[in-house]
Write a protein that binds this ligand. Structure first.
Ligand SMILES: [Zn+2]
Length: 420
C-alpha cells in the first residue's frame, strides 16, 4: 500500500458511522455524506470533497463499516455436502462430522491448505467482511493445530486456538488425556500464533470442567478467552463463559432464564451464528429477550464445512431479522460494532475519525436492503485488507475472484511460499 495515500468516498446517500453523536439514530446515519480515509484510517466524515488522491463516487448508495466476522473456522480441507444433503433429508446434526474434516485437513499439504484459506478470505471480502477471526480446530494434534494457526496468522491478528473442538478418534474414551495434551504441549505449540483460546462446551464435545481447564490454561499462557456453548441444547456453556470472563460465548441457541440474566449482567458478548441454526435445522436463538434484557450481542458467520458453509454476513443479517426478531438496525450493529466488541476491538466496526478505514459500499440506498432483498448480492465494493491478501489463486474462477477483489490482473503472492 502506498504511503500517505488518501481516498475519498463521496456522494454517499446514507453513511452508517455507528456513532450516534455524528448522525441520526443508534447507527449515527448521515445523509449526503463523504468519508476521507488517509493511510487506512478514517480522517474525516464530511459533506464535501477534500482533494484526496483517489475518489470513489458512491452514486447515492449506502456505505457502512466493513463487517466484523468474529467467528469462523476457515482452515480446513474437504467438503461435507453429502452430510448436509443427508441432513436435509432428515438425518440430525450431532457434530460428529468434524472428524471427517479433521482427516481431510491433516492429509492436505500446507500450500494447498493455505490456498483454500485465501480463497475463502476473498469470498468473505466480496461479501463485505473486512475483519475476520479464524480458529484452528481441524488439526487436533500438536503439529496440525500449530500449522493451522500458522496459516491463519498470516492473514488476520484474530486467531483462535480451538484444540478442544472435538475428541480426535485416536483419543476415543480418553477425553481427560486429550484435554491434558491441549492444555500443555498443544497450547505451547499454538500460543505463538494465537490471540484467543476457545473450547466446544456441549454434550458430545467437552464438559464444563474440561472446558474450564482449557480456558484457565489459555489465560495463563496470555490468551484471551472465548467459548462455544448452548448450540444443541441448554448446558453449562454460558455460565462458564461468564464465570471465566470470556470475551464472547458463541451460538447461544438454547438459553435458560438464568443464562439470559448472567449475560445481561456481564461483559461477555453473546454471539449468534444463525447460519449454523439454518444449516442444522435448529431453532433460532431468542435474540429479542437477550437484547431486551440488556445483553451485548454479535452476529457472525461461523463459516465451516459442516454446520455453516457460508461467508455471507448479509445472509446472517436477513436470518436475524426474519427469524430472530432483531430490527435491521440491531442486526447491522451486531455484525459491525457487535463483532468488534466480541473481539475486544474499538478501532473497527465504525466509520468515525480515527477508526480503521474499512468500508462496504452497497448496491442499495439504505442498509434496510440487506434484509429486505435477501440473497441478492448487494455488496458493490469492499474497502479493507482481506482482498489484497490473497492474490495468485489458480483456476479461472479463482482468478476472477482476485480480479474483482483487487482490480488487478495478477501479482506476487503476499501469502506463503508454495514450497512450505
Ligand atoms: Zn464454531
Amino acid at each position: 500500500m502506498a504511503t500517505n495515500s488518501s481516498l475519498i468516498i463521496d456522494n454517499i446517500g446514507s453513511l452508517i458511522t455507528n456513532d450516534p453523536a455524528l448522525g441520526a439514530g443508534p447507527l449515527g446515519i448521515i445523509t449526503n455524506a463523504a468519508v476521507v480515509i488517509t493511510n487506512g484510517v478514517v480522517e474525516a466524515v464530511c459533506p464535501s470533497d477534500t482533494g484526496a488522491d483517489t475518489r470513489i463516487d458512491a452514486d447515492g448508495a449506502c456505505v457502512l463499516p466493513g463487517f466484523v466476522d468474529s467467528h469462523t473456522h476457515l482452515v480446513f480441507a474437504g467438503d461435507r455436502s453429502e452430510e448436509f444433503t443427508a441432513r436435509m433429508a432428515g438425518r440430525p446434526y450431532d457434530g460428529g462430522g468434524i472428524r471427517v474434516t479433521t482427516d481431510a485437513t491433516r492429509n492436505t499439504p500446507t500450500a494447498e491448505l493455505d490456498r483454500l484459506v485465501r480463497q475463502r478470505l476473498l469470498e468473505a471480502h466480496h461479501a463485505g467482511t473486512t475483519t475476520i477471526e479464524i480458529k484452528s480446530g481441524y488439526g487436533l494434534n500438536v503439529a496440525d493445530e500449530a500449522r493451522s494457526l500458522d496459516i491463519a496468522s498470516t492473514y488476520t491478528p484474530e486467531t483462535t486456538f480451538l484444540g478442544a473442538h472435538l475428541l480426535p478418534a485416536e483419543y476415543g474414551g480418553r477425553a481427560d488425556d486429550y484435554i491434558d495434551l491441549v492444555c500443555n504441549d498443544m497450547l505451547t505449540a499454538a500460543a505463538p500464533n494465537a490471540r484467543w483460546i476457545d473450547a466446544f462446551c456441549e454434550t458430545g464435545a467437552f464438559d464444563a470442567d474440561q472446558c474450564r481447564a482449557v480456558l484457565e490454561a489459555g489465560k495463563k499462557a496470555g490468551l484471551g478467552l472465548r467459548l462455544h456453548g448452548n448450540q444443541l441444547g441448554t448446558g453449562p456453556g454460558v455460565q462458564l463463559a461468564v464465570e471465566c470472563g470470556c470475551a464472547s460465548v458463541d451460538h447461544c441457541t438454547h438459553l435458560t432464564d438464568d443464562d439470559i440474566e448472567a449475560l445481561a449482567n456481564s461483559d461477555t458478548v453473546a454471539t449468534f451464528l444463525p447460519a449454523a441454526d439454518f444449516s442444522t435445522r435448529q431453532p433460532y436463538p431468542d435474540a429479542r429477550r437477550l437484547i431486551d434484557a440488556g445483553a451485548s450481542v454479535a452476529i457472525a458467520s461461523n463459516c465451516n464445512p459442516g454446520s455453516s458453509y457460508t461467508t455471507s454476513i448479509s445472509f446472517c443479517i436477513a436470518l436475524a431479522v426474519r427469524e430472530m426478531h432483531m430490527t435491521i438496525d440491531e442486526a447491522v450493529q451486531a455484525v459491525t460494532l457487535g463483532g468488534a466488541a466480541a473481539l475486544h476491538r474499538t478501532d473497527i466496526g465504525r466509520l468515525t475519525p480515527g477508526s480503521a478505514g474499512h468500508a462496504t459500499i452497497l448496491d442499495a440506498p439504505t442498509h434496510h436492503h440487506l434484509a429486505y432483498r435477501p440473497g441478492v448480492p448487494l455488496i458493490r465494493q469492499t474497502i479493507g485488507p482481506l482482498g489484497t491478501l490473497a492474490t495468485t489463486l489458480g483456476g479461472p474462477w479463482e482468478r476472477g475472484l482476485v480480479e474483482r477483489a483487487t482490480g488487478i490482473q495478477s501479482g506476487d503472492p503476499p501469502g506463503r511460499d508454495a514450497s512450505t
